[in-house]
Design a protein around this ligand. Structure first.
Ligand SMILES: NC(=O)c1ccc[n+]([C@@H]2O[C@H](COP(=O)([O-])OP(=O)(O)OC[C@H]3O[C@@H](n4cnc5c(N)ncnc54)[C@H](OP(=O)(O)O)[C@@H]3O)[C@@H](O)[C@H]2O)c1
Length: 365
């Protein structure tokens, strides 16, 4: 299963919107017969890749064991059902980490395998698989993506100078690590303030990938400049506005953007509606890299599931924080009312360090 998990990890950049899955086939005695990972959308799933790998190595799979990090699918989606392919290949036993939360599968893959006489064991590596695919589980079970908010801050929690300068607070290793998190996301989300002030690319450059996540820009009045560097050939840019002036909309569409309008009562973009719409567009994980205003709204509205924070060994003093919007209940009068988080990991990326903190209970779905 550890090898199947490595195969699943290897697919985490290319698999979305599919879950990243790994599969390893062994003989009864534990000899490796074949292995595979989920391919890009429309391509074969991990089980099919493992069966092909075994065939390419000249191995029979009759009586073999399949270790797979997610329940084999039972539906005719973009590819055929993997449970049937495994049974047809003579696999005697399937060890799967966890059931597929997709209502089109949800246990049906296991039932079909058992009906075909295949022994099924479920459970080893369940937590690894769910964590690797937390966005997929979120979209299937909550109908909304998993939202991870990334920020780079000084040790005193400042994300930009008072004049808005924020490039670059952290160093090379942290920035490369940030690109790896971008690469596994279904979409990268930012605000028009960041696009105008920094003119960033917000793409994946520092780690290998064969998929650039679409870029989502929150921009109430379509002020994104059509000349901004985010517009590169082949890149999807989805702009969400609160109102769409026809001339500005046409100019942005000519630059390559698609424009969707969702207004809230304050005349800004309705962020909850935006996230539901991203789920309909099959976005599993949203990677937020925005300024203090958009971060603040997302936090205030309870839409952030996880914080991905990089801290640099710098002290800024007066500067801009992570979030500038008041929380729903205003300034707290008791620390007992602070939003409770739990630290998932803390890692040193010299000279900086990275903290992943999750809103308590948010992953119970
Ligand atoms: N250190 C870091 O990790 C980091 C990361 C990214 C950015 N930054 C820095 O952040 C600064 C920009 O910050 P910013 O706050 O001005 O930009 P931002 O958060 O990227 O964008 C804010 C803009 O989004 C629009 N918006 C639309 N709907 C919204 C809603 N419901 N809630 C909140 N905003 C909404 C608003 O403009 P409209 O009303 O016009 O739509 C708002 O001014 C830059 O200096 C950049 O360098 C730092």
């Amino acid at each position: 299963m550890a090898l199947a998990q490595r195969c699943a990890l290897a697919a985490s950049h290319s698999a979305p919107p599919n879950p990243a899955v790994g599969c390893v086939l062994t003989s009864d005695e534990g000899e490796l017969l074949g292995m595979g990972s989920t391919q890009r959308t429309g391509g074969p799933h991990a089980e099919i890749m493992a069966l092909r790998d075994a065939a390419a190595r000249g191995h029979s799979t009759v009586g073999a064991i399949a270790y797979v990090t997610l329940e084999p699918c039972s539906h005719h989606g973009r590819t055929g059902p993997c449970c049937d392919a495994l049974a047809d290949a003579g696999i005697a036993r399937v060890v799967a980490s966890i059931a597929d939360p997709n209502p089109l599968v949800a246990g049906e893959g296991f039932r079909r395998l058992q009906a075909a006489g295949v022994e099924v064991e479920v459970g080893p590596g369940a937590e690894f698989s769910r964590e690797l695919n937390i966005g997929f589980f979120s979209r299937m079970l909550r109908r909304t993506p998993w939202v991870r908010l990334k920020a780079a801050a000084s040790i005193d929690g400042k994300t930009a100078l008072l004049d808005g300068t924020s490039q670059w607070i952290t160093s090379d290793a942290a920035r490369t690590d940030g690109h790896a998190w971008r690469a596994r996301a279904g979409a990268i989300l930012s605000g028009v303030g960041t696009i105008i002030e920094d003119d960033p690319l917000l793409d994946v450059r520092r780690v290998p990938t064969d998929r650039q996540p679409p870029l989502v820009v929150v921009d109430s009045r379509l002020q994104t400049p059509p000349s901004a560097r985010i517009f590169t050939p082949g890149r999807s840019v989805w702009i969400y506005a609160a109102e769409a002036d026809a001339k500005r909309k046409a100019a942005l569409e000519r630059a390559g953007a698609s424009v969707t309008v969702f207004a809230n009562a304050a005349g800004k973009v309705d962020l909850a509606a935006l996230l539901r719409d991203l789920a309909l567009r099959e976005v599993n994980e949203v990677h937020v890299e925005a300024g203090h205003k958009l971060n603040g709204s997302l936090m205030r509205e309870g839409l952030v599931d996880e914080l991905l924070f990089y801290f640099a060994p710098k002290f800024i003093g007066e500067g801009l924080g992570l979030a500038s919007q008041p929380m729903p209940h205003g300034a707290l009068t008791s620390l007992a009312n602070a939003l409770p988080l739990e630290f998932k990991s803390i890692e040193v990326l010299p000279p900086d360090f990275r903290v992943v903190a999750r809103v308590q209970g948010r992953d119970r779905f």
